[in-house]
Design a protein around this ligand. Structure first.
Ligand SMILES: Cc1cc2nc3c(=O)[nH]c(=O)nc-3n(C[C@H](O)[C@H](O)[C@H](O)COP(=O)(O)OP(=O)(O)OC[C@H]3O[C@@H](n4cnc5c(N)ncnc54)[C@H](O)[C@@H]3O)c2cc1C
Ligand SMILES: *[C@@H]1O[C@H](CO)[C@@H](O)[C@H](O)[C@H]1NC(C)=O
Ligand SMILES: *[C@@H]1O[C@H](CO)[C@@H](O)[C@H](O)[C@H]1NC(C)=O
Ligand SMILES: *[C@@H]1O[C@H](CO)[C@@H](O)[C@H](O)[C@H]1NC(C)=O
Ligand SMILES: *[C@@H]1O[C@H](CO)[C@@H](O)[C@H](O)[C@H]1NC(C)=O
Ligand SMILES: *[C@@H]1O[C@H](CO)[C@@H](O)[C@H](O)[C@H]1NC(C)=O
Ligand SMILES: *[C@@H]1O[C@H](CO)[C@@H](O)[C@H](O)[C@H]1NC(C)=O
Ligand SMILES: *[C@@H]1O[C@H](CO)[C@@H](O)[C@H](O)[C@H]1NC(C)=O
Ligand SMILES: *[C@@H]1O[C@H](CO)[C@@H](O)[C@H](O)[C@H]1NC(C)=O
Ligand SMILES: *[C@@H]1O[C@H](CO)[C@@H](O)[C@H](O)[C@H]1NC(C)=O
Length: 651
């Protein structure tokens, strides 16, 4: 522990308000000393924003001197990094970083996402980051301008490091970003000329089988915010417990997933990630370190459970509900295809539930009827507490594949087969003979993971998309005309997929108020009200990666996507919204779409109270409309994170 840190109990500024979960939360920043990391007081903060028009970047005269950065580094035990994007190895202009061999390794061999997850600055979605510094063998006409990544990174291993970073950024009007894993689809984890706080190494986990706080008594797990889903699952196996976690192995459990209202395989049973939270420890914009729970800082407790990451503070750990014993999941996977190229299709992942070979359907009309049949059945999946995948996508000339996995917690293989029988009978009525072999307790619960997933680079997860939460009424209401809304939605999906340039994924889950439980009825989280009433979360994606497009082309791509079936689905579900973490970069009326009108009003109030300096800014977050990335839409290009963050000029 450095000279600058002392035990939390020793001074009153924070001790009354914090309940540390781990040792790294006991090492806090002490007031006094280096003045650039001085705290600020919320009660004496200006009511209106008074800082500069644009956040200060490294090419501005106001940018802190090397000496100040060195002093910050000393204050935080030397954990300040000045990293380069990995792709710099491919650009001769990057003296000291250029290396043909390294570049060749990156392009040909480094397909694991660990390269990005374990890196302080690289983001998984290149287009949103600005597409600068892509690792490619031929970089002719491309640049590595370092504007897509932060200038400095605090590799946090104690709360004091985070407080110092927050205070330094606020006192100098810098752009501040937070990176957990880098999964954010809009690359909100990065930004030009920013100071970044990297929370990746805060990986502690502790299970407490009997925990008692106001209105909750039972098992909990304390989680550092650096924990990834696969680490959480391994811990569940080791401890014979379960708790809600992201489905995909490397998504940060305690990062954007929980704060954005993330879902997983148990969502229809126990609710969303945000619904599990009992308390959070957070560094706020004034530099304080406080606990938010049902007992204290209730507004922040509300906001952090679904109101979005990178908005209200930097969370360092949380306590979430856990359940004794493992949850065994019954499930199965099947596919069907149509079109001349069907024999050549390589089937997508079976998600761990052994699949039988795709069933070929000669008649394309029948293929789409079978898709509608699945969509109609989806409400039964969520009402049984399950999670369903039903993904139609193009697979070459006039050829399409539908991939489906159905999983139900607490079902045996036999239960699962009985459960899907009516669905398979409906398929049979269409002349389609689907067979499947159900399994129990497969991924993600049954086997320990290693966190290694592969994704094609450069570009990573480089698709643009539009998402919509399909409300229950779509399934339950009487048909108004000749077609039900669900049939119209299915037709819209078909129109998108048959262009050959879009694919659609549907995720069936229902994190209802009932699933979220009594605790959340008493202390409602900021979770999107549309998620309480949903049956399917429907994403329309570009089928191809878009990272090589210019920013003007990206805007064109967005226009095309906005005119696809996704727009019809939006129009067909005016009462609903979209999932914040998997959304359109230019989601219209995003405030209402992500949080509902009432929810947004309250969230904005919390934002203004806790961050009058506008320190925490990320695109499409609460209060973000007061700032913009330039250049942007009004300059005819897609805004990306390598732009500048400036106040929106009114009028
Ligand atoms: C391959 C893939 C699979 C996915 N699967 C799922 C899924 O199964 N279920 C689901 O719901 N979503 C899923 N998502 C979406 C995912 O939930 C979001 O991308 C989420 O934002 C990831 O959070 P992160 O912390 O891992 O990523 P990051 O990109 O590091 O962070 C995301 C946002 O949260 C902020 N943030 C991170 N840590 C903190 C912190 N400690 N305090 C405050 N703010 C913080 C960041 O600033 C950023 O704005 C998936 C995404 C990808 C790319
Ligand atoms: C903030 O200022 C008020 C009024 O001066 C004071 O009462 C309060 O203790 C200060 N809070 C902190 C956290 O320093
Ligand atoms: C911060 O200090 C450490 C230890 O002295 C040093 O290794 C590191 O390079 C410094 N960081 C920067 C950005 O100078
Ligand atoms: C990198 O990939 C190439 C081509 O696939 C292969 O021949 C080579 O052995 C790999 N090198 C390493 C270090 O993995
Ligand atoms: C970041 O800090 C962790 C310890 O918390 C250390 O293991 C890791 O190597 C550091 N990463 C870099 C790039 O310095
Ligand atoms: C796991 O926990 C459950 C529920 O508490 C218990 O019934 C079961 O015996 C435990 N299994 C093991 C291997 O400890
Ligand atoms: C299918 O694959 C075979 C063998 O790889 C190839 O010869 C054929 O052209 C492919 N057909 C189509 C329609 O792509
Ligand atoms: C699983 O099934 C058992 C036996 O039917 C039941 O007691 C238990 O509550 C169920 N668990 C869940 C999580 O539904
Ligand atoms: C359906 O397919 C299975 C497996 O291919 C086969 O055993 C069965 O006889 C088929 N049923 C009908 C009605 O065609
Ligand atoms: C509804 O169906 C009837 C009978 O098939 C048809 O005459 C009518 O045109 C349809 N209406 C619409 C709006 O499609």
């Amino acid at each position: 522990m450095s000279f600058f840190f002392i035990l939390v109990a020793a001074f009153s500024l924070v001790s009354a308000e914090i309940r540390p979960n781990f040792n790294y939360e006991v090492q806090v920043l002490r007031p006094g000393g280096f003045k650039d990391v001085a705290f600020r007081n919320l009660s004496t903060a200006p009511k209106e924003y008074q800082g500069p028009n644009c956040k200060i970047q490294s090419d501005d005269p106001e940018w802190p001197s090397e000496e100040l950065w060195a002093q910050l580094n000393k204050t935080i035990d030397g954990v300040l990094l000045k990293p380069h994007p990995v792709g710099a190895a491919c650009y001769p202009s990057q003296t000291g970083y250029y290396s043909k061999d390294t570049c060749s390794y990156l392009v040909n061999n480094a397909t694991s996402t660990r390269l990005f997850l374990d890196d302080p600055v690289n983001s998984l979605t290149s287009w949103a980051q600005g597409g600068s510094c892509l690792q490619m063998l031929d970089t002719t006409g491309r640049s590595c301008n370092l504007l897509g990544t932060p200038t400095y990174v605090v590799n946090a291993s104690s709360v004091g490091h985070i407080q110092a970073a927050v205070n330094f950024a606020r006192n100098h009007n810098l752009r501040l970003v937070v990176k957990g894993t880098g999964h954010d689809f809009h690359a909100k984890n990065t930004g030009s000329g920013a100071l970044s706080v990297w929370t990746h190494f805060l990986k502690n986990m502790v299970y407490v089988d009997h925990f008692r706080v106001r209105d909750y008594e039972g098992p909990v797990v304390k989680l550092g915010v650096g924990v990834e889903a696969w680490e959480a699952y391994n811990y569940m196996i080791a401890k014979n417990i379960s708790f809600a976690a992201p489905l995909e192995a490397t998504v940060g459990h305690g990062g954007g997933w929980t704060f954005g209202g993330g879902h997983g395989p148990l969502a229809s049973l126990y609710g969303l990630g945000a619904d599990q939270v009992i308390s959070l420890n957070v560094v706020t914009a004034d530099g304080r370190f406080i606990t938010a729970s049902a007992d204290q800082n209730q507004d922040l407790f509300f906001a952090l459970r679904g109101g979005g990451g990178g908005t209200f503070g930097i969370v360092t750990s949380m306590i979430v509900r856990a359940y004794q014993g493992s949850t065994s999941i019954g499930g199965l996977t099947y596919y069907f295809t149509t079109g001349p190229n069907a024999a050549n299709i390589t089937t997508p992942s079976d998600r761990g539930y052994a699949a039988t070979a795709p069933v070929y359907i000669p008649d394309r009309e029948v293929f789409w009827k079978a898709v509608t049949t699945y969509l109609k059945f989806a409400i039964k999946i969520v009402d049984a507490g399950g999670f369903g995948f039903g993904d139609p996508s193009p697979a070459g000339k006039d050829t399409y594949i539908f991939a489906s996995t159905i999983t139900i917690p607490n079902f045996s293989a036999e239960d699962t087969l009985t459960f899907v029988r009516p669905l398979f009978e409906s398929y049979r009525a269409l002349g389609i003979n689907i067979t499947a072999t159900p399994k129990t307790a497969s991924v993600p619960y049954a086997k320990p993971g290693n966190g290694i997933t592969t994704i094609g680079f450069p570009g990573g997860i480089d698709r643009m998309f539009i998402t919509r939460l399909l409300p229950r009424g779509v399934w339950t209401e009487a048909s108004a005309g000749n077609s039900t809304r669900l049939e119209l939605i299915s037709a819209a999906i078909r129109r998108s997929v048959e262009t050959g340039i879009y694919k659609v994924t549907t995720r069936a889950y229902a994190p209802t108020i009932g699933a979220a439980g009594k605790y959340n009825e008493k202390y409602p989280p900021a979770v999107n009200p549309s998620m309480r009433n949903m049956v399917i979360h429907c994403n329309t994606f570009t089928n191809n990666q878009v990272f090589l497009q210019s920013k003007a082309q990206l805007l064109e791509t967005h226009r095309g996507l906005s005119a696809s079936g996704a727009a019809e689905i939006r129009a067909l579900t005016p009462e609903s919204g979209a999932y914040f973490n998997e959304a359109d970069r230019l989601e219209p009326d995003f405030q209402r779409s992500f949080w509902g009108e009432e929810g947004y009003t309250r969230l904005l109030r919390v934002k203004r109270i806790f961050d009058p300096w506008g320190l925490f800014w990320a695109s499409n977050t609460v209060g973000s409309e007061e700032w913009e990335l330039t250049p942007g839409v009004r300059d005819g290009v897609m805004p990306t994170q390598d732009g500048r963050v400036c106040r929106v000029k009114r009028g």
